[in-house]
Design a protein around this ligand. Sequence first.
Ligand code: NAP
Length: 324
Amino acid sequence: MTKPKVFVTRRIPEEGLRLLEAACEVDVWPEDLPPSRDALLERVRGVEGILSMLTERIDAEVMDAAGPQLKVISNYAVGYDNVDIPAATARGIPVGHTPGVLTETTADFAFALLMAAARRLVEADAFVRAGRWKTWEPQRLLGVDIYGATLGLVGLGRIGRAVARRALGFGMRVLYYDPAVPSEDAPAGCSPAALDTLLRQADFISLHVPLTPQTRRLIDAAAFAKMKPTAVLVNTARGPVVDPQALYEALSSRRIFAAALDVTDPEPIPPDSPLLQLDNLVIAPHIGSASRATRGKMARIAAENLLAGLRGAPLLHRVGVAGD
Ligand code: NAP
């Protein structure tokens, strides 16, 4: 029996690739950079499954380039804003993603960014390396306190809740804005707030919403205008949730104290972006889920989603299915 052909848009950890190679004819994009649009359209032709990263836009054109035999799209991420879900649904193609396994790892990183921005860790490291540490100074590199501060979580799903647990352990007060979570369903210690109230009261604002038409540019100039001058914004959700120009203005004018980003708009951030000139910005290249163990688990789930779709069986985690 011939094995189904699948295209994997980058080399994922062995935990997933092994599963695929045992059952499929696997074409893995071999380069570090993602396939160009033309290469993607070319390589998907005739495949029954696509295992994609968040760097690829998987839209109607890609699905049609693959052909009518395309049975499943498996995204190697929990977010799926890069996949045109209505186009997949219209073609009867299930879309898989990897919720849950990356929750704690991403929450760890959100908290690491929060702490790094609050205590100016990156600036401090650069200060020492530049040979500027001459003595103990009473007013050098003063930051803001985490203990006793108010954290505002925008989005109280899996990752938002995991960040809340960390925050409560640090003695923070936790507010959240998430219309999907009434107060009776919120974890102990998390209080609901209107977005406006959260922006005005929070010392730290951490974003954990998916990227949707409603959340695009949710944090714009008007939102920054409501924040405290001591506020710290943390974004590990998706870059376009924050207006980058408004962020630049808020940081450069010290309208807010600092920001920490794992995600940007566009991504990657251009090396000449004025944001990169600011010392009150901590930035990382979208590595929220990047622990060895977690990327391995994501690879396994993404592979299992793909294999289930090829068999016509229910996916382990299918976008749009309750509970996912
Ligand atoms: P989740 O469990 O679905 O949580 C998201 C929460 O946000 C849900 O409760 C959702 O409600 C809520 N929400 C949706 N639209 C909202 C809005 N307009 N205002 C306020 N709340 C809203 O997802 P998750 O697993 O926590 O992941 C969250 C996001 O983090 C992902 O979508 C992804 O983009 C990002 N992420 C980034 C990294 C990274 O490497 N930096 C890693 C993992 C995930 P509904 O259920 O009603 O939609």
